[in-house]
Design a protein around this ligand. Structure first.
Ligand SMILES: [Zn+2]
Length: 186
């Protein structure tokens, strides 16, 4: 399903104008920094993502909204067994072209200045700045990774059975959401 490939690098203003939305799942292994914290195999771990870009013409910025749900297998620091740490996230992030626009935002709003990490010595507004949405998501997910992961109650007992895994796959709304996405974009 190439139609559901997550775009690696995007130009937020252009894509927001086109009403970019994306829903689906990605393998946890796409998030290298999270995977590095995980133990065992992450092969069957999926990250559920619903996200969109929207223009805010008044504030002259792009909003990136995302709902992300994942589970990272980590080593419980108490019993050393695997604990699946839920990583559930809602993002509402302003993508702004330059710092002068930040003051229009609410004080507690999250934002990034586009092109901040590039050589922006020109001081010109970079309408073509690209962002890596997955990297933005991963930055936020990493904040949810506990320094000392552990079970609420350690017991060694429950391992996901094959039936559990099959049920998770059946719940995957991938197909429905992918078809919705096609309509929104057309
Ligand atoms: Zn434990």
């Amino acid at each position: 399903m190439s139609a559901n490939t997550f775009p690696a690098q995007i130009e937020p203003f252009k894509w927001a104008e086109q009403g970019f939305t994306w829903s689906g799942t990605l393998p946890l292994s796409r998030f290298a920094r999270i995977t590095r914290e995980a133990v065992g195999s992450v092969e069957d771990q999926r990250v559920q993502i619903n996200c969109k870009l929207s223009m805010d013409a008044y504030l002259r910025l792009v909003w990136f909204d995302a709902e992300v749900s994942a589970q990272a297998p980590m080593e419980c620091q108490r019993c050393l067994d695997t604990v699946h740490i839920p990583l559930d996230l809602k993002m509402h992030l302003a993508l702004v072209e330059n710092e002068s626009l930040i003051e229009r935002l609410d004080e507690d709003a999250d934002f990034i200045v586009l092109g901040e990490n590039e050589s922006s010595t020109k001081g010109s507004i970079d309408h073509n700045a690209v962002v890596d949405l997955l990297a933005l998501i991963e930055d936020e997910l990493l904040l949810l990774v506990p320094l000392s992961p552990r079970h609420d109650v350690c017991q060694h007992k429950h391992q996901p059975t094959e039936q559990d895994v099959a049920e998770e796959k059946r719940d995957n709304p991938f197909d429905v959401l992918a078809s919705l996405k096609g309509k929104l974009n057309s």
